[in-house]
Design a protein around this ligand. Structure first.
Ligand code: BES
Ligand code: MN
Ligand code: ZN
Length: 476
């Protein structure tokens, strides 16, 4: 991992980025005459806003943030630029990136550093020669003054937490089943300072978590239900609850997903769980002054001998029944019990995050998540604001009650699938039935796991949700 820190000066000849409002060589960055002459020529064209080049083995980059644009886009461009620099430096086996900033806007530097650190992530633990392929970038140095150690510390924490979430998502199910996932949370709790309690199948059965048990019925691995809690010493207000979908692998169950392709990336179906666990890690490590509880129901979804069969009627933890018409709509079955469980905390707000529907992916693609809910406007606005701040944008869908009618069943209280259109909303409305508190639902089926690198987001698990949650709780 690359560490972001403040340094007085860069060592001579090191890789540097200059952030400035306009290009002029008003500070001596140790450029040669030739380099300055080249940049003078390049930026004569006022439409040019950024440039990076390799000057005899030394990376030189200039970024002129376009202040006329929306600030969220400007900062995202800074992150992307940082990502490009990290890739270039790793490409020439460099160790440091040094950032000079004469724009008077320290946030540009933070964003570049964040993008570079996030882009530096790798998942190569299963390569037998991992050492040889390891990225070399280790230090991201902010040169000069005006930086604040608290912000810096939080930045490093959130990057580390995002990497942890990515790692969990990238682990395949033969290395990470429900018990492994729960153990990973235990370890994260120890490291960061939050409590982690794991319920096993016996306890889950005692609690009558019928939704979770039904999905687990076709599996040879036991389910887990993890309760994480971070409570700061101060305040004793109502807690916030996070709920993450922890399907360690989704075959679709007896409603088997068609091959090829549709099952290929389904190790990512616990990305919601990874996001809430990693968010807890960051919140606790940064000692944020907010009481947060995170719940993760976890199991794989398999068509084993006892697998729940389409048509089955399942009694959920809250005592209501579900006509399970499609075993591939399994996420809502396990989340329903977790949302019911959350009632005991009388939450100020509960947010669930889940790779819930292909419909969300179809609707908005891989660069944003779908959001919806009945939470008061101050919270839904704040969630969307955080999404913009960290560029994990939330596209809000309607949450009208008539969508719930689609899931009416003739023989049970609800079906787990309405069929037809508006699949993402159906998922949200199904889940709302198990809540009695302000509720917001995030469907990350699009951005959780991406088929190709996209800027500072690596191919595979992206850690989507961690940075949004951290931003949300950091400013509550
Ligand atoms: N895990 C999938 C959703 C998913 C799709 C996640 C693509 C990531 C990428 C979910 O359990 C699922 O199978 N959803 C079904 C729901 C349907 C049966 C109501 C879907 O989207 O097709
Ligand atoms: Mn499914
Ligand atoms: Zn699923």
């Amino acid at each position: 991992m690359a560490i972001i820190s403040v340094q007085k000066k860069a060592s001579p000849g090191s890789h540097i980025l200059v952030i400035s409002n306009t290009w002029k060589n008003h500070i001596d960055y140790g450029f040669t005459k030739e380099e300055v002459g080249y940049l003078d020529g390049y930026f004569k064209d006022a439409t040019k806003k950024q440039h990076s080049f390799n000057s005899s083995g030394r990376l030189i980059s200039v970024l002129l943030p376009d202040t006329k644009k929306d600030i969220h886009l400007v900062l995202e461009n800074c992150r992307k630029h940082g990502g490009v620099l990290a890739d270039m430096i790793n490409g020439i086996k460099g160790k440091d990136l040094n950032i000079y900033n004469s724009s008077k806007q320290v946030k540009y530097s933070y964003a570049v550093a964040e993008g570079a650190a996030l882009a530096n992530y790798q998942f190569i633990k299963y390569k037998s020669k991992a050492e040889d392929q390891k990225n070399t970038l280790l230090h991201i140095n902010l040169i000069g003054s005006g930086y604040d150690s608290k912000t810096l510390n939080k930045l490093n924490i959130v990057v580390e937490a995002t990497s942890k979430a990515r790692n969990l998502v990238n682990e395949p199910v033969n290395h990470l089943n429900a018990t492994d996932l729960a153990n990973a949370f235990k370890q994260m709790g120890k490291q960061a300072g939050f409590t982690v309690e794991v319920y096993n199948k016996k306890k889950i059965t005692e609690l009558k978590m019928g939704g979770l048990l039904s999905v687990n019925a076709g599996s040879v691995d036991e389910p887990t239900f993890t309760v994480m809690e971070y409570k700061p010493r101060a305040k004793s207000k109502k807690p916030f609850v996070l709920v993450g979908k922890g399907v360690t692998y989704d075959t679709g169950g007896l409603s088997l997903k068609p091959t090829p392709n549709s099952m290929d990336m389904m190790k990512c179906d616990m990305a919601g769980a990874a996001a809430v666990g990693a968010a807890m890690y960051a919140i606790a490590k940064a000692r944020l002054n907010v009481h947060v509880i995170a719940l993760v129901p976890a199991t794989d979804n398999r068509p084993g001998f006892n697998a729940f069969a389409p048509g089955d009627i399942i009694t959920m933890m809250d005592g209501t029944t579900v006509e399970m018409v499609n075993s591939d709509a399994e996420g809502r079955m396990i989340l329903a019990d977790a949302l019911h469980f959350a009632k005991r905390y009388k939450p100020e707000l509960t947010i669930d995050i889940a790779t819930l529907t292909g419909a969300a992916l179809v609707a908005i693609g891989t660069t944003a998540m779908v959001g919806m809910g009945n939470a008061p406007k101050k919270y839904s606005d704040k969630i969307k604001q955080s999404g913009n701040n960290v560029f994990e944008r939330v596209a809000e869908f309607p949450f009208w009650d008539d969508y719930a009618d689609l899931m009416k069943s003739d023989i049970a209280d609800q079906k787990n699938l309405g069929g037809g259109y508006a699949g993402a909303i159906q998922g949200g409305k199904f889940l709302e039935k198990y809540t009695d508190y302000p509720y917001y639902h995030l469907d990350i089926a699009g951005p959780a796991f991406i088929p190709a690198k996209d800027g500072y987001r690596p191919k595979g698990g992206t850690g989507t949700g961690v940075r949004l949650f951290f931003d949300f709780f950091n400013s509550i």
